[in-house]
Design a protein around this ligand. Structure first.
Ligand code: TYC
Length: 101
């Protein structure tokens, strides 16, 4: 009997997975001055004046506003940084994060 050597090749394709994304959310409060919120949005999230103003107004009117979406590390770092800037001036300004979907 003739034996033929059959080699099975299995190729494992690794599909690069996208990292899960996190939203950074700005919360309204009654004490932080509007212009200070705008300043923080410009400094930490690199927003232009008009956009920062619109985002601040949305949070002011609706209670919260999604600012941007990042990987978990970046979202948490930026939220912490922005919250710290407010805290250093004695304001209760607060940024939080939550997973997208
Ligand atoms: N509500 C604040 C005020 O009237 C301004 C403000 C807006 C504070 C948005 C926080 O996320 C905020 N001075």
């Amino acid at each position: 009997m003739v034996q033929t050597d059959v080699k099975r090749r299995t190729t494992t394709r690794i599909k690069p997975q996208r990292p899960p994304l996190y939203k950074v959310i700005l919360l309204n409060d009654d004490f932080t001055p509007r212009e200070f919120v705008v300043l923080v949005l410009k400094a930490v999230f690199r927003m232009h004046e008009e956009i920062a103003h619109r985002v601040m107004l949305t949070a002011h009117q609706k209670g919260a506003c999604v600012i941007a979406v990042f990987t978990r590390d970046v979202a948490e770092t930026k939220a912490r940084e922005a919250t710290e800037i407010g805290k250093s001036k004695g304001y209760p300004l607060f940024f939080t994060t939550e997973p997208e979907q």
